[in-house]
Ligand binder design. Sequence first.
Ligand code: B12
Ligand code: SF4
Length: 474
Amino acid sequence: MNKLRVILTTPPYSSQERLGKLGFLGGALPSISLLYLASSLRDRCELSVMDTSFTNLDEDAALDSVRRFAPDIVGISAVTPSISRAQSFASRIKSIDSRIVTILGGPHITSVPMETMERTPAIDIGVVGEGEITLQDIVELYDGSLNSLIGIKGTIVRDSFGKLHRADSRELIADIDSLGFPAYGLVDHSVSLHPALFKTRRVPAIHAITSRGCAHTCSYCNTNIFNKKLRFHSADYVMGLIKHLMSLGYREISFEDDNFTDHRTRLTEICNRLIDERIDIVWSVNARIDTVDENMLRLMRRAGCWYISYGVESGSQDTLDRIGKKITLNLIRQRIELTRKCGMEAKGFFIIGFPWETKQSIKETVDFALSLPLSDVNIFPLTPFPGTAVFEQTKICGDFANDWSKMDLQQIVYVPPGLTGEYLQNEIKRLLLCFYFRPRTILNYFVRIVVARDILISAAKALMPSWFSKIRSV
Ligand code: B12
Ligand code: SF4
């Protein structure tokens, strides 16, 4: 029997749509989820990884690619902000050929499985949770009828009468090293892929993930995919992955783990091996404030780390306590100062608009962010994603537009009692303008550009992709 033809893709959702007018500053890198799924499938089917979201393809162009490939199965990966695009994309795929099996996976459907399937008739199969083994089972057991897939763990299958069949949950993969490396080689390099500007020192840069899950319980954060169980790739795996990426030509890696620094022994081993083996790579991570100290920061710096993103979230201790962040304002200030002292850039993420917030607590957050020695800030209005604890809180208090298509972290979907959406937007603008237009930040950017000449090249590429691709092809 011929091998099935499978497309793995994200729905069209450009960086401009995600990040607004300054979208070109954001990264356009291949989806790590799709590359892990591709790696688990590539020997079992004819595979195409389209990843329209990160290659900025619009829906028409993406549909042309689907038509040309003529797939049996299209697997779509979506987060809540991209779910309405996934719904529209899936129905247009069905209008090309209703026999194409459409599968939806990712954080959104995992958070609200049955509701998503009920509201998305163009999707035949929903995959809840970790996808690699479930997708392998689907490809192996599909005999041309959806009924052959009913009962596969981790799925919701819509039968030929439209009835939904939810199977048991899929257990988590015990040894995630067994997954192998993501299929970076399948990335379409003909399109302009680039890392986020200013979060890069060297190009080409790529990103990677070396753990799954998070054991913490911050009330606004969606950690449904991997439950609360935190699994790490071993230090051997991470070293192998770094060397593999370097062999593909990458010179910088952005580690996207929720908390790269959570496993101290592993982190120490990785850093020591990078230093001892004189591996010439620079890297950046996300970290929880309470997982780093001076010794660790110094070691990380020596091993090539130059940029750490911290989830600070609030300048009000009351809010930090209520969202379950389990850190103090003093600790935040101390660790960010230490990060700078150890020679690294620090970014802080902030959220305003929690149900109990007042003008005073929001002012505290803006003032706190401005008082820290941060190199970058990002601030979002609270977006209560389905499946989070804060989602339940906002339903009973304040003004909540529970509309998935608006939950893009840009539009205000939730306003606490006594405040207005306009007020929240103005405070976001106030922080960004005060932060980015002050001499200290401008000077820091100037130094960063001088240190990282590659950023200029990367910026030029992002601003003039077509011009650059012409040069490249000469
Ligand atoms: C890395 C990352 C990014 C990177 C993505 C880079 C890239 N090109 O891959 C960047 C910074 C660009 C990014 C952007 C965004 N992100 Co993000 N991101 C993450 C992060 C930290 C890791 C994702 C990851 O790679 N995980 C590893 C892979 C292996 O796991 P996975 O993605 O869950 O995929 C598995 C399963 O979900 C499932 N699966 C996924 N897709 C599919 C598809 C099919 C067909 C099947 C069968 C299975 C399946 O199988 C996969 C393998 O097991 C997660 C948090 C987290 N820890 O998961 C947030 C997270 C996914 N991001 C989130 C958000 C909101 C965003 C943005 C909207 C933010 C913004 N406004 O820009 C955008 C949306 C981007 C887009 N176009 O979709 C939210 C989603 C919340 C929600 N309810 O949907 C998360 C969960 C963070 C959070 N805790 O709130 N993100
Ligand atoms: S915000 Fe960070 S630490 Fe908190 S639950 Fe989410 S990933 Fe974990």
